[in-house]
Ligand binder design. Sequence first.
Ligand SMILES: O=C(O)CCC(=O)C(=O)O
Ligand SMILES: [Fe+2]
Length: 341
Amino acid sequence: MPKLTPARAEGRAAKLDAASLDHYHQHGYVLVEDLLDPATDLDPVLAEYDQVLDDLANELFAQGKIASAYADLDFDQRLCQIYNETGQVHAQHFDISLPQGGTRADSPISVGPAAFAALRNEKLLDIIEEIIGPEVYSNPVQHIRIKPPEQYLPGIPKDHHGRIAGFAVGATPWHQDNGVVLPEADETDMLTVWMPLTNAFREHGCIEVVVGSHRDGLLHHCWGEGFGLFVQDKHLAQDKIVTAEMKRGDVLFMHRLTCHSSLPNVSDKVRISFDLRYNPTGQPTGRPLFPGFIARSRQDPTSELRDTEAWAQSWYDTREKLSRVDVPTFNRWPSNDPVCA
Ligand SMILES: O=C(O)CCC(=O)C(=O)O
Ligand SMILES: [Fe+2]
């Protein structure tokens, strides 16, 4: 399988060289190696999630749902132990976004300062600015994906295809990010930023990309019970698939129409990644009920949101509001689509 072309950032990582930018436009993605410093940019985020897991463990223990809070286990072992013992994937506890439906006033969400700092990371914004321009909006379609080794999840149910059920725990099917947002975002420059917080090599379930697929327009997506929206294999150029093995510090930038997926985690380590999205300020985000913010503005730097508490509050306010209304779906594709049968 061909390797992605890495674009090495220079100096303070503020620049994509012309060849890398050209690679993005030509192929629909660019993988920038060593853009982030694992110790200063990523470890604080992992520490925040250690705390989230600790809180979750204590809460479940207090509710009598687990036999111990397992404070002596490391993150990976503790996570798997809790998932297995409760028979549940607790992904929403860690996520930086609300569920797409059924939000309650107490739905878990994790909007801590380290996550906010990652969304506003200057090195990321420098590259984003080069791709989509100087007025950068943090699009609220954003997730942390914690993908445990499947071999360590005997307690989690599988669907009838043998796939492990739950958000992001298994392989992610082929899709375009444009396909999972509302049509209002179809004409935008929404950009996906994917970064591993732990190494994401093939065995950990890394991303795969169909090179140049952003040129083929929006593909038809089907709805799969348990694993969400996907593009059928017949629409995929199999010979254009590349595997994006990435280490901590690398960042992948993808066009909204670039078709991608991820492999199952067959390793013995939990794979943790962020997928964030940005669009030029003023363009629709594709999820109008969720809160975004101005991450960078060259025109009016004072309009940038720098207050981590205000950001968290914007999500808490949204949660409260959504818990009282019947939220229309963010999905444009019918669930019983004859084209998908
Ligand atoms: O991390 C994954 O498994 C899938 C990520 C993805 O689909 C995305 O970043 O848009
Ligand atoms: Fe995606």
